[in-house]
Design a protein around this ligand. Structure first.
Ligand code: TRH
Length: 380
């Protein structure tokens, strides 16, 4: 039996920031567009959603966006029938009455927890395993990942081809950037900076400002802006701000919709990203990058960082691998990265080639939406 004509419910609580809604919104759209299933996306915070999708009406209990039925997940559950497939994103707790509705279906639904992304080895062993049971309904672990045996990464059909065509078309890139009010001086390197607060930023900006090569730094409105403003000696920065220090031009840009953010990453020579979804999108951009990992209690994020670095740097020369590891570890620890940046620059051509080949290698795996549909077919 195909997944077409099935009904899927995705539940998302916005813990903080934009990753939870970022991942579930992409997944919901892709399931509808490429797998022909009906999706309801239950979200508890439509204001965060609105940042990624300005068409969202935060006051509506129910609305249709790009083929997805978006439902506000209210504190007081109003009751709804259970779908054929139920995805609880990032271990969110489903409403009690909805769990009862799942259990009361004639054919219990497939219930999955879509987990956080990690490159750690144990993920392969846990992906797809049964988790808890609620009455007759069994829950399963579904782990995204980078290695065969995991659920893969979100990647829409033809994404790599679209990215390659765009990167080979300077006129299309210029037009796109101009639409966002971005007009870098010829010959400057373009860098995007999406990160959490980071005390190590100043040392990087010092080096970029003193560099012989001009840099145009794009900073979407967000948590790192305070550090940027401090370095500039400026008051609070807002979208549209443009300041020059030595070789460095700093431009603050508005938060853009997800597909625009993808193309922004494709345009840049280097992307600093964070969390989960922007981290994956920077990999699909095929350009050298820097990851600000989301901090977790007891520093468990450091194991995740090391696990990813071990995978990512495997094909690199020892010099390039060391430079990448040094840069990423210092950045995620909030330490000065100026010298690490200069060390990485020495291996630039290799890092560029590697970013391309990494994206192509990762694209050989089944994408996450397809893997979910396949999981459902196997479960039936
Ligand atoms: O925002 P993040 O830090 O999100 C998360 C959450 O904190 C979550 O709780 C945590 O568990 C997770 O990180 C690890 O980073 P992320 O995942 O990159 O999400 C940002 C989303 O915002 C992503 O979908 C891309 C999108 N985005 C835009 O659509 N437009 C923009 O201009 C920018 C800068 C981002």
């Amino acid at each position: 039996m195909a997944a077409t004509n099935t009904r899927w419910d995705i539940f998302c609580t916005v813990v903080d920031n934009y990753g939870d809604i970022g991942v579930t919104w992409r997944l919901a759209r892709q399931l509808v567009a490429e797998h022909g299933v009906a999706v309801r996306l239950w979200v508890d915070d439509l204001r965060a959603f609105e940042r990624l999708c300005p068409e969202i009406e935060p006051g509506l209990a129910q609305q249709r966006q790009q083929g997805v039925e978006v439902r506000h997940w209210p504190q007081e559950w109003v009751g709804a029938d259970a779908a054929d497939v139920v995805i609880a994103a990032f271990a969110c707790q489903l409403p009690g009455p909805y769990m009862d509705a799942m259990a009361e279906r004639e054919q219990p639904p497939l219930w999955m927890n879509l987990d956080y992304l990690s490159a750690e080895d144990w993920v392969v062993g846990c992906h797809g395993l049964p988790s808890v049971k609620y009455r007759s309904v069994q829950k399963f672990f579904f782990f995204p990942g980078f290695q065969p045996g995991t659920g893969g990464l979100l990647r829409e059909q033809g994404l790599i081809e679209r990215r390659q065509a765009f990167q080979q078309d300077p006129a299309a890139q210029r037009t796109f950037l101009q639409e966002l009010g971005i007009d870098p001086a010829p010959g400057s390197q373009l860098i995007s900076l999406f990160a959490y607060e980071n005390a190590g930023l100043a040392s990087w900006l010092d080096v970029l400002a003193a560099d012989a090569r001009p840099t145009h730094l794009l900073v979407p409105e967000g948590r790192i802006l305070g550090d940027v403003a401090r370095w500039l000696g400026a008051d609070a920065l807002t979208a549209g701000a443009l300041q020059v220090r030595g070789s460095l031009t700093v431009q603050v840009i508005p938060f853009v919709r997800q597909d625009q953010y993808d193309r922004l990453l494709w345009c840049c020579d280097f992307n600093a990203v964070r969390g989960e979804d922007s981290f994956v999108r920077a990999q699909w951009a095929g350009r050298p990058m820097l990851w600000h990992i989301y901090q977790q209690e007891e520093d468990i994020h450091l194991d995740k960082l090391d696990a990813f670095l071990a995978l990512y740097t495997k094909g690199l020369s020892s010099g390039a691998a060391e430079a990448t590891g040094g840069l990423w570890r210092a950045w995620s620890a909030g330490l000065p990265i100026g010298q690490h940046w200069l060390a990485a620059r020495k291996h630039w051509a290799e890092l560029q080639r590697h970013a391309q080949s990494w994206s192509l290698e990762q694209a050989l795996q089944a994408d996450l939406a397809t893997a979910l549909v396949q999981f459902y077919r196997n479960w039936l």
